[in-house]
Design a protein. Sequence first.
Length: 480
Amino acid sequence: MPIRSLAASLRRPLGLLPLSALLCCALTACGGGDGKPAPNATQALTADTTYGTQGQATLLLSAPGEPKAGISAAQLQPDGKLLLAGWRELPPPTDQGAGSPSNHPPKQAVVWRLHADGSLDTSFANGGHIALHLRSHTTMTHLRWTADGILLALALSEPCTPIVFGICIDATDNQPYPKAALVRLKPDGTLDTSFGSAGIASVPYGWPSALAVQPDGRILWLNSISIPRGSPSRWNLQRYTPSGAVDLSFNQGQPRASQCESNAAALALLPDGRILAGGDLRAHFALPTRAAGVCLEALLPDGQRDPSFANGQPLWLHAGANTDLQTLDVNRNGHITLTTRLLDGAQTCSFGISRLTASGALDKSFGDGGATRLPMTSKATGKDHFCALDATLHTADGHTVLAGRRWAQGHTPDASVWARLTPEGQPDGTFAPAGMHTSPGFAPRYLLQETSGRWLAIHTHLGADGSVQAHITRLQGEAG
């Protein structure tokens, strides 16, 4: 199978902003297609005070004393309204004993919608939100707005008792099959009963890993196959018609099984209709140089393997480090961009960005031979840091923006990290020295761009009173 090594292009790590530099200078930048200079970090990360209250909207997910809640997906509608999807715990069943090891609170999936000004859209579903509870544990994994309605990918499970390494058994002493559901809401937030069977499409077993909608409305569902069926590191891809039926024109209606021995992580659509799926092992090797890396596979629109991409074989990308795939995107020119979190043998954590051509070859015009690495090493202290890549945004101007956290071993995250790359994959020194800006405070879990160029930075917050809130901050972004 084809293998592309990123190690050579990642040998020369790029510099990092010192921890002491919390603000960057305003420098003249190369802008986007309109010739306007791109904003520096201070300008881009300034809150837009016309949004919400002084630039921030707060959505109450659970009140003080109520069970926990969280956000797991976010998307902007074309009209500027914001869809947030997540989960909320329910009170445990009264027939479970307090000491039962399977006494995990049941969950329901929830979708909220906000107006473009940050206020709750009370015309959506039940006063601004809809809750779905199909099984004991119903959680939201993915959300996609479409012209036909709002698609939701749900993970379903029943209570089980943990035994070892995350494996659990159900009431019959068997390992439960992972289950899922594909649901569609009408634009007003109510269940679309014309989709599938009473609003729910039948999907294969496995954990929902990615969801994509083709221009003609057909739905691509990528799921990881887990124990007890098959390998714990495989994936399947299934396609559905806009009405929620299995698409018989895609691989004769059968799930397309992956040749990659990895977990599924992301889906992307190429401009010519081809389909790209990617995954990783989500496992850390004691010798990172032996880590498997990221695996990609390309399919033709009918579900057959694409012979023009890596000769129709799985393509493994090795960076000489433990690698977690974060995002997989395709621009209008068909260039494929991957963002990853890397941890090498020296325990240096980095953000990795690489770009491929539509045939699967490294794009040598991007970064350093096709890839860029941003190590979380402090010049001020000389110490390496652990890190998390939380959010990635490919802007309309062609920049890549990454947001995450870094921390010293044994400590909690002490700084948020923002980085911007030029369209050519170089650290954007006009954003901040070495293209990176660090500051105290949160890093967004989701980062979205409005048509105005402003960014919505979304994260959850635990209030001092025990409430759980979603904070949505509108930053000046590319409009700064």
